[in-house]
Write a protein that binds this ligand. Structure first.
Ligand code: GUN
Length: 285
């Protein structure tokens, strides 16, 4: 029986540290979130971000913009936040409406305030393993979980499934930077089972319930499940067939309560980190 990785507990512990550190500053880190349109799931995510930020003593700005805003109108709003000295961190909630070019929007965010690490210049820094402002939230949260449970990635075979810009791509580079041997699989990968079977650390970010079956996982592997899908009854499922896999692996994340809570936790750490970077002169003795 595997150790069940408790993302809720790790997130709580890290957030308590962030709150404590924030109390010492006498000035509030400020996270600005832009949401375009009324997608219900995005609204819930943004509300949770706002709530958590306020609980930590951060300042929270949420800009709710209409679905039909023009691309140039959205760019103007981002530029206002770029130029606002009070704003330390900017997040544009994705996905954006179809008439807006997301890449162009992401490239408008000032790299030093890019709390998601989505700007190509920030992603490029990960690619060449140079110093970044902050790391992308979900990959950072996954590495925090591994670290908290004493799981080293160095020299291990890490298999990542899913090549999204939010999770799979940056995570695979971050694992390489930590000296893992990384295979990045995706929808066109052939012989997936043979590859997943070779994984010491298997990370699935696909969004297909119960996609990873017991026979695809090596005995004793560490299994990290990034997938979250809600069925018609509203029940959440991960990518991993948890009940069948949990008996043969060493560590496994549940859904919910595994990777999920870590994303928002990393977002708060990143906001504090950007705040500190931007106020460095102020803090220096
Ligand atoms: N939509 C889903 N996940 C994310 C995320 O991590 N950041 C942003 N900005 N949008 C998202």
């Amino acid at each position: 029986m595997a150790v069940i990785i408790d993302g809720k507990a790790v997130s709580k512990k890290i957030l308590e540290q962030v709150k404590k550190e924030t109390e010492g500053f006498g000035k509030k880190p400020c996270l600005a979130v832009i949401i375009v349109g009324g997608d219900p799931a995005s609204k819930i995510y943004v509300n949770n971000k706002r709530k958590t930020a306020l609980e930590l003593g951060f300042e929270s700005i949420v800009k709710e913009l209409p679905e039909n805003i023009s691309e140039s109108g959205l760019i103007e709003e981002i530029e206002k936040l770029n130029n606002d000295g009070k704003v330390n961190a900017i997040l544009v909630q994705l996905p954006l409406p179809k008439h807006i070019n997301s890449e162009k929007i992401i490239e408008t965010i000032k790299p030093g305030k890019d709390v998601d690490c989505f700007h190509p210049s920030n992603v490029g820094k990960i690619a060449v393993n140079s110093e970044v402002f902050v790391y992308p939230c979900t990959p950072k949260g996954i590495l925090s979980l591994l670290e908290e449970y004493g799981i080293s990635v160095e020299g291990k075979n890490a298999v990542v499934i899913g090549r999204s810009n939010i999770v799979g791509r940056p995570l695979s580079m971050m694992l390489v930077n930590k000296n893992a041997t990384v295979t990045l699989c995706h929808s066109k990968t052939q012989n997936l089972k043979e590859i997943t079977k070779s994984a010491d650390i298997l990370i699935s970010a696909v969004g297909k319930p119960k996609f990873i079956k017991r026979e695809m996982v090596k005995d004793g592997a560490v299994v990290i499940d990034v997938g979250i899908t809600r069925d018609e009854q509203g029940k959440l499922s991960g990518d991993v067939d948890f009940e069948s896999v949990k008996d043969t692996v060493s560590f496994i994340t549940p859904v919910p309560g595994g990777v999920g809570p870590m994303t928002i936790c990393s977002l708060m750490q990143n906001t504090l980190e950007l705040f500190k970077q931007q106020n460095q002169r102020f803090w220096k003795k």
